[in-house]
Design a protein around this ligand. Structure first.
Ligand code: P1T
Length: 379
């Protein structure tokens, strides 16, 4: 099965009982057993559920993996990965990660004795220099949220494996339609399915994909033991979204290309960050390891914090909201919104300035989007 076909059919045989072509929502917490200790494949929905199974099988196939392990949110998926480690273990992480990822590493897992070094993972020498005897994993987000820094996944995977480390990649910004980290050597791929996989801003979820049987077994154990699982309806909504992922990603990217070009030429704009722009530092790496540049565009306005906030509050079609990856366009101010949990000095150091704005370019008519941005910028 090829990618577009997998998005619609992987893990989704017609229902054996009724022939229903869409996987039913098995809205049940438990399953009747013919006798104690014997069941028909499912015992309790925290442990497994047929609708969740379909989602897991579908996303695993799309990522080129053999196991999918779904969660109630992207953060639950990320947190469950971190439960693989013990006090004293060390993780080298991309610095410019989603603010919630930074927060859970820094404020929650540090409390349990895990150690983190946050650095620019596009700098291979810096990653290598940060590896210690206690290092267990390289955690990579690429392109990063919100500055769209691109890390070379094949080189990082080679480095990780040569030092006996795992490498996990948060592939939320690209989705498997544009980038498949397992095929580039990653051990684990993590998603906030809230974003492009779900695609319609109507459900929060997360997933891990892997081809490593041992890791999958340990993660499935933790999925059940910790219990941060998605409900059947959330699994079903996500699965429905996934069916159109390939065409949505093409539409997001086509609109993002137009928006980026428009902003580059705009008198009120200081600079534009989109990996598809030839002057983006990660353009070549992105071209080599992904089949596209995605739908997120960040830019800095000329002026002050107030100017940036005014633009964010003045758009009509770009809704001012956290999140990304849905069909509707969103605008947000990272320093005040999604990345407020990153300390101010670190935000400044990384370039999450007061004038930075992040767009999740939706699939509306692009002319409407350009006119909307123009009127907000002219303000
Ligand atoms: O929101 P949740 O489903 O728990 O996923 C967290 C998460 C993980 N990884 C990346 C790259 C993300 O962007 C997110 C969530 N991000 C936003 C809500 C945001 O507006 O950036």
């Amino acid at each position: 099965m090829r990618f577009e076909t997998q998005a619609i059919h992987a893990g989704q045989e017609p229902d054996r009982l009724t022939g229903a072509v869409v996987v039913p929502i098995y809205q049940t917490s438990t399953y009747a057993q013919p006798e104690p200790g014997r069941h028909l494949g499912h015992e309790y929905t925290r442990s497994s559920n047929p609708t969740r199974d379909a989602l897991q099988a579908c996303v695993a196939a799309l990522e080129g993996g053999t196991h999918g392990i779904a969660f109630a949110s992207g953060m639950a998926a990320i947190s469950t990965v971190m439960t693989l480690f013990e006090s004293g273990d060390h993780v080298v992480s991309t610095d410019d990660v989603y603010g919630g990822t930074f927060r859970v590493f820094d404020k929650v897992f540090r409390q349990f004795g895990l150690e983190y070094t946050f650095l620019d993972t596009s700098d291979l020498a810096a990653v290598e220099a940060a590896i210690r005897p206690e290092t267990r994993m390289i955690w990579v987000e690429t392109p990063t949220n919100p500055l769209l820094v691109v890390s070379d996944l094949e080189k990082l995977a080679d480095l990780a494996h040569s030092r006996g480390l795992l490498i996990a990649v948060d592939n939320t910004f690209m989705s498997p339609a544009l980038q498949r980290p397992l095929e580039l050597g990653a051990d684990l791929v993590v998603h906030s399915t809230t974003k492009y996989l779900g695609g319609h801003s109507d459900v929060v979820g997360g997933i891990i994909a892997t081809s490593n049987d041992d890791l999958a077994e340990r993660l499935v154990f933790r999925q059940n033991a910790v219990g941060a699982v998605p409900g059947p309806f959330d699994s079903w909504l996500t699965l429905r979204g996934v069916k159109t992922l390939p065409i949505r990603m093409r539409a997001h990217e086509a609109n993002a290309a137009e928006v980026a070009g428009f902003l580059v030429d705009h008198a009120k704009v200081q600079d534009v960050i989109w990996p598809g722009l030839e002057d983006h530092a990660g353009h070549a790496a992105q071209k080599a390891q992904a089949s596209g540049f995605g739908g997120i565009v960040s830019f800095r306005v000329k002026g002050s914090l107030e100017d940036a906030c005014r633009v964010c509050s003045s758009t009509r079609f770009f809704l001012l909201a956290e999140s990304l990856g849905g069909v509707e366009s969103l605008i947000e101010h990272p320093a005040i919104m999604t990345h407020a949990s990153v300390p101010e000095d670190q935000r400044r150091e990384r370039g999450i300035s007061d004038t930075l704005i992040r767009l999740s370019v939706g699939i509306e008519n692009v002319q409407d989007l350009l006119e909307d941005l123009d009127q907000a910028l002219q303000g």
